[in-house]
Write a protein that binds this ligand. Structure first.
Ligand SMILES: [Zn+2]
Length: 264
């Protein structure tokens, strides 16, 4: 039996509101830091270690404080956004609905960051694949019908048994971090991690899947976030936040897996 999302659920951001000015005391700083780190990583990939490279690259252009932030994919290193997805249950397994409002959804235009969420609903009643599918459909209906978003807000969802489900097609921007959905893949773990801990199967899938996505899109560890690191939110809950801090640092499971190529 599925549990409908709580009325005070607040884990996502409206579609087509993502290009507005950043809010909060750290918004401008974090945007500059994010764009800056992305540019540095991109330039490194372009130039490598060659001492003979003579290409003169343009300096960074900071986004206007009140304008949109547009991070375009690097032409020399195509971003395989439309490629096959690894180890993911296709969307067709839980809904027959496509994008609810095709005219109200932004293209992703390349992936440069990943953000981790929870759904803030205890997962104790999810005992089967069918239970997870029902919860997904419940969320999709809430996001489309009540919140008037184009589709379910997240790109991928990990259920308590570690299955990874496809949500919103990654060709489109999600609706999961207010004002920060550009180039940002949203990964949600089912559960309320202020009340419970993620299951060992969820943790294993989280590390493997995020590691695969980092490799696939060339996303550095410095651009793997939790929701509360990008906006005002308690998401992804205290226990998952603790785990994310641990797994990303040197010697952590995600860091080790990426460094050794185990998740490639
Ligand atoms: Zn969230």
């Amino acid at each position: 039996m599925s549990t409908p999302p709580p009325s005070n659920f607040f884990c996502c951001a409206d579609d087509l509101t993502t290009l507005g000015a950043a809010r909060g005391p750290f918004a401008d700083l974090s945007r500059r830091a994010l764009v800056g780190s992305g540019l540095v990583a991109g330039l490194f990939l372009l130039t490598g270690c060659s001492r003979t490279a003579k290409t003169v690259l343009p300096g960074p252009k900071w986004p206007d404080d009140h304008g949109p932030v547009i991070i375009k994919p690097t032409p020399q290193a195509p971003n395989p956004v439309a490629g096959p997805v690894m180890n993911v249950v296709p969307r067709s397994q839980w809904t027959r609905s496509g994008v609810g409002r095709p005219g109200e959804i932004n293209p992703m235009n390349g992936v440069s960051r990943i953000t981790i969420h929870h759904d803030a609903v205890h997962s104790g009643d999810i005992r089967s694949s069918a239970d997870a599918a029902r919860r997904l459909e419940s969320f999709r209906r809430d996001h489309v019908n009540s919140r008037r978003w184009a589709d379910i807000g997240y790109h991928y969802i990990i259920d308590p048994s570690g299955r990874i489900w496809e949500g919103r097609n990654v060709r489109f921007q999600g609706a999961h971090v207010k004002d920060n959905n550009e180039n940002n893949v949203g990964v949600m773990l089912m559960g309320n991690f202020n009340q419970q801990s993620p299951s060992p199967q969820q943790i294993a899938s989280l590390d493997r899947f995020v590691g695969q996505q980092m490799t696939r899109y060339r996303v550095p560890m410095s651009r793997v976030y939790t929701h509360q690191e990008l906006g005002q939110s308690a998401c992804p809950g205290s226990s998952l936040q603790r785990y994310m801090s641990k797994t990303r640092r040197s010697g952590g499971s995600l860091a080790m897996g990426v460094a050794t190529g185990r998740f490639s």
